[in-house]
Design a protein around this ligand. Structure first.
Ligand code: 5GP
Ligand code: MN
Length: 347
């Protein structure tokens, strides 16, 4: 198994654009005929952008058997991956079993591929990971491009596509996917911005990506419900603790009352962090379709969202942005018990 660590991978991207691993990946892509691109459950902008960009690259090379396997995209960000050759359910499992190469993006281990994780583990395909989370499960893949010191999985994919022997044409939609995913994961350049992130943005704009239009689609096309729901949640369902913990709770009744759709409260978890005294924000949402409470956690530098996600919510992610979930009743009896659980959490 070959792997990159945060130092050699970026030294190679910057200094030696045709490293042997990249040549090897290029050769393997040339010789494979069937591909599956997979990303994490509840895909966000980075998951959609990175997986769609890889799919579009393979099609640009003339590959005909390319499928994207993932859950449906929230309608707010579905435009990023419009036209993906999407497979789900049994069709997806069949494609995974028959694929010669599986490309995984924006997760650190196959357990984050939900219902498809086991099939991917069992598939004989050559497995490549493009990621930026902590603790990548190296043993699950044949080749790993991963470092936490980038903005996004889209930035990792950009670096690889730029360096492969068949360079991607970023003006053809691939660049839009990557720009959109990087923009959402950096919260529009508010966090996780590294020197190469800005180089990527600059090169993509130069290649013809219309960033203004992407930003307008991402941030200025919400329904009124979103603003009304957020203002209600902040005034009625936000707890601020003296030690700097903010908690937002959204029950499924509230979700229904405002007629919310998946993805519509994206970004809300960051709002309490704009208060000086708030160091960590936990946003808890009762799922409407499964007995689960989802957690989204964000922290300021010096506090660890990742530690709280791992210790209390069966999750993980990045140091300052993590997620997880509580199963009802295995982990918590009901939404009513959330207050008691929060009391135990130290930041
Ligand atoms: P979000 O709060 O936006 O859903 O997720 C923040 C970050 O945490 C993302 O990078 C996401 O991949 C990661 N994350 C979200 N949910 C989970 C989870 O259940 N398990 C793990 N390991 N990571 C998660
Ligand atoms: Mn990401």
């Amino acid at each position: 198994m070959k792997s990159f660590n945060k130092y050699n991978v970026f030294a190679k991207f910057v200094a030696v654009t045709k490293s042997s691993e990249l040549l090897d990946l290029g050769r393997r892509i040339d010789s494979c005929g069937s591909f599956v691109v997979v990303t994490h459950t509840h895909p966000d902008g980075d998951a959609l952008g990175s997986s769609s960009a890889l799919c579009r690259y393979l099609r640009q090379l003339g590959k005909e058997k390319v499928a994207v396997v993932r859950e449906d995209a929230p309608c707010t960000i579905a435009f990023i991956a419009e036209g993906d050759p999407l497979l789900q359910g049994d069709d997806a499992l069949e494609a995974i079993a028959g694929a010669q190469m599986i490309l995984c993006t924006d997760f650190n281990g196959l357990s984050r591929a939900g219902a498809y994780g086991q099939a991917i583990a069992e598939s004989k395909a050559y497995k490549v990971l493009f990621d930026h989370h902590l603790n990548p499960q190296m043993q699950e893949f044949d080749l790993v491009f991963s470092t936490p010191e980038v903005s996004s999985a889209c930035e990792v994919v950009y670096s690889v596509l730029k360096a492969l022997p068949h360079r991607a044409d970023f003006s053809s939609g691939i660049g839009d996917c990557l720009m959109a995913g990087m923009t959402t994961d950096t919260n529009n350049f508010a966090n996780s911005v590294y020197p190469d992130t800005l180089v990527m943005a600059s090169e993509l704009i130069r290649a013809g990506v219309d960033r203004d239009s992407i930003v307008a689609k991402l941030y200025n096309r919400y329904r009124k419900n979103r603003v009304l729901a957020i203002s209600h949640i902040l005034s009625e369902h936000m707890q601020l603790r003296e030690d700097g913990l903010a908690v937002l709770t959204v029950s499924k009744e509230l979700w229904h009352r405002f007629g919310l759709e998946e993805g519509e409260l994206e970004g809300m978890v960051n709002i309490p962090l704009s208060i000086d005294e708030v160091k960590v924000c936990i946003y808890l949402r009762e799922s409407a379709d499964e007995p689960v409470i989802r957690a989204s956690i964000r922290s300021k530098k010096g506090w660890s969202a990742n530690r709280i996600a791992a210790a209390w919510f069966n999750g993980g992610g990045h140091e300052q942005a993590s997620g997880g979930k509580l199963r009802i009743p295995e982990d918590i009896a009901s939404m009513d018990q959330v207050g008691a659980l929060i009391e135990k959490i130290t930041i």
